[in-house]
Design a protein around this ligand. Structure first.
Ligand code: ATP
Ligand code: MG
Length: 592
């Protein structure tokens, strides 16, 4: 979907998930639930007060990387729905896979969700959970499944399991271990847990149907042996639950009503339901059980939304870390100058659908422009400086000029900066011989120095290579902006400038899209082959002196150039470094 920028959708717009929730609420589907104040099985919740949350959703990241813009869609959806309906949204670290998870990622996720403006804590509840806290419960339920004949230990190799799974057109074949008795299965499962078997020698599988047309129901694995240290449980466990086993149970323990996930899990839903039905029969959970609902994942052009590929960019040295301003991680977007409001606005505008599609990067950039237009203070920056000398201006004379902090918000006051004999102007604002329609500076032409005087170009100098090194002009004495009669001068060009003696000399990073190709991650394509070689240009620019006091994270519109943020990492007091967040206009429309 290329959601048209001129038809922004609003948060109140309905979608199929709201329709489901509305109907559930109308029939009172979840009205009888009880909540003990913390996650637990039926025994824990039964007898507690009715659940105060009308609905419960959750955002369940695996802490194996930093969150990206795709996760923002899921966060806005889950936390947004909970907020809207008077429910609760849990932040749950889905840390059942020991190998790739780290505390650094947990911390970055907590930061990112808070930064986006969402909260899992209130006066009554603190809904931050770790799937690894449920390892005991998960294991207890596995033993019950074995005893009830719903699961068995398979001692085939991974290779054999794969070979006997069948295909979309062929049924699978039963494992020779499928009819082991519950007592033998239980003994083996406990031995697995106790570290008595090597990795890969056994797996615990659900006993469902090897002939099911849905491959996910062909006796899926529930537990595997992994002698790996876990970032929270250390070496306590050497068997770890599979996602398809753990996830529905985590949801049920937390009283989740609507478990929203991306479309690739649609075929897993029958397993989700099968497992919870069995465990409800076993008395672990009361009905109604949580329901899984799938929505389309966000695919954004000119970027990738996969932690694994983002990781590859870092490993290959193509970017400077997870928070590189070109990364569409939330940490990178933040450093780039994105605001939480812009990202939430973007998520509102793209909505949720039931079919996968691509959203144009321009939609994200437009959301940032729309958010910053009314917020960002204005400032002047000369990015490619060329010296302008006003020949009739005395050397020692310095005057001040005034400009609004925001042209539509006079209440925000004015900024004041000096003008003197030597100024910096933008190199592209001067032409030796003007092309047709060029209204800026060229010999004999008059322009206004924005917030200053009207000048007339009298000449220029060049170096041996023919490069213009200096432009000369005369100021018209009675033309200063804001003084009586100054508008008697009619000129077409209006140039920005800074006083050379007073300018702040600063590093500015001109960021552009990280990829040159709109679909860098599509299919099996090697995304690294599509990198945009010009995604980062570092320059030294001449800035309005008032910018010296910019604090890390401050956002400005540099007139005519775009929105820039004082870099949060590299700015020093009095010496900010600026990142270009986005240009004023979309310059990618015609480029491909
Ligand atoms: P990745 O492939 O980048 O690792 P993931 O889906 O494996 O993504 P998780 O940490 O498991 O990452 O995801 C947490 C939640 O965010 C899940 O509910 C997932 O569906 C959702 N999510 C992840 N990527 C997207 C996306 N591109 N669009 C919408 N939701 C997403
Ligand atoms: Mg994942």
């Amino acid at each position: 979907m290329s959601s048209a920028p001129d038809s922004p959708r609003t948060a109140a717009q309905s979608n199929f998930i709201r329709t489901i929730i509305d109907e559930d609420l109308r029939v009172g589907k979840y009205a009888e639930r009880r909540w003990a104040g913390e996650p637990g099985t039926a025994g824990v919740h039964r007898g507690a007060l009715p659940d105060p949350a009308v609905i419960r959703t959750r955002f369940p990241p695996e802490p194996n990387g930093y969150l990206h813009i795709g996760h923002a869609k899921s966060i806005c959806l889950n936390f947004g729905l909970a907020r809207e309906y008077g429910g609760r949204c849990h932040l749950r670290f889905d840390d059942t896979n020991p190998e790739k998870e780290e505390q650094e990622y947990v911390d970055s996720i907590v930061d990112a969700v808070h930064w986006l403006g969402f909260e899992w804590r209130d006066e009554q509840e603190d809904n931050l959970y770790y799937a690894s806290d449920y390892f005991d419960e998960l294991y207890r339920m596995a033993e019950w499944l074995v005893e009830a004949g719903h699961a068995y230990v398979d001692s085939q190799s991974a290779e054999q399991v794969r070979e006997t799974r069948g295909t979309l057109t062929e049924p699978g074949r039963d494992s020779p271990f499928r009819n082991r008795g519950p007592q033998e299965n239980l003994r083996l499962l406990r031995e697995m847990r106790d570290g008595r078997h090597a990795e890969g020698t056994h797996v615990l599988r659900a006993k469902i149907d090897m002939a099911s047309p849905n491959l996910n129901l062909r006796d899926p694995a529930l537990y595997r042996i992994r002698f790996a240290s876990h970032h929270r449980t250390g070496d306590k466990w050497c068997i770890y639950p599979m996602y398809d086993y753990a996830h529905p149970i985590e949801d049920a323990l937390e009283n989740i009503t609507h478990s929203l996930c991306t479309l690739e899990f649609e075929d897993h839903r029958p397993l989700y339901d099968w497992l919870l039905e069995r465990l409800a029969e076993g008395g672990f959970f009361d009905k109604p059980l949580p329901q899984q609902i799938e929505f389309a994942r966000l695919n954004l052009t000119y970027t990738i939304t996969s932690k694994r590929k983002l990781q590859e960019l870092i490993r290959g040295g193509h970017v400077d870390g997870w928070d590189d301003p070109r990364m569409t991680t939330l940490a990178g977007l933040r450093r780039r100058g994105y605001t939480p409001e812009a990202i939430r606005l973007f998520c509102d505008r793209i909505g949720v659908a039931k079919a996968d599609s691509w959203v144009d990067m321009g939609t994200l950039e437009l959301a940032l422009r729309d958010d910053l237009e009314g917020k960002a203070s204005r400032a002047v920056a000369v990015l490619d400086p060329l010296k302008l000398v006003i020949a009739n201006w005395p050397e020692e004379r310095v005057e001040t000029c005034e400009a609004p902090i925001h042209p539509q918000q006079p209440e925000r006051g004015k900024r004041v900066f000096p003008i003197s004999r030597e100024l910096w102007i933008e190199r592209e604002d001067f032409a030796e011989t003007p092309p047709k329609g060029f209204f800026r500076l060229f010999p004999g032409n008059r322009v206004r120095l924005r917030y200053g005087y009207v000048i007339e170009c009298t000449g220029f100098e060049k170096d041996a290579d023919g490069r213009v090194t200096e432009v000369r002009a005369q100021a018209l004495e009675d033309s200063k902006s804001g003084t009586p009669g100054s508008d008697a001068y009619k000129v077409k060009g209006n140039l920005h400038w800074v006083s050379a003696a007073h300018a702040l000399d600063a590093e500015v990073r001109l960021y552009d899209r990280l990829y040159a190709n709109p679909y860098p991650g599509a299919g099996d394509a090697d995304h690294l082959a599509s990198l945009n070689p010009d995604s980062k240009k570092v320059i030294r620019a001449k800035l309005e002196p008032t910018l010296a006091s910019a604090m890390a994270g401050d956002l400005h519109q540099f007139e005519r150039h775009g929105y820039f943020v004082a870099d949060r990492v590299d700015s020093k007091p009095g010496a900010p470094v600026f990142n270009r967040a986005v240009t004023l206009k979309d310059s990618w429309g015609g480029r491909r």
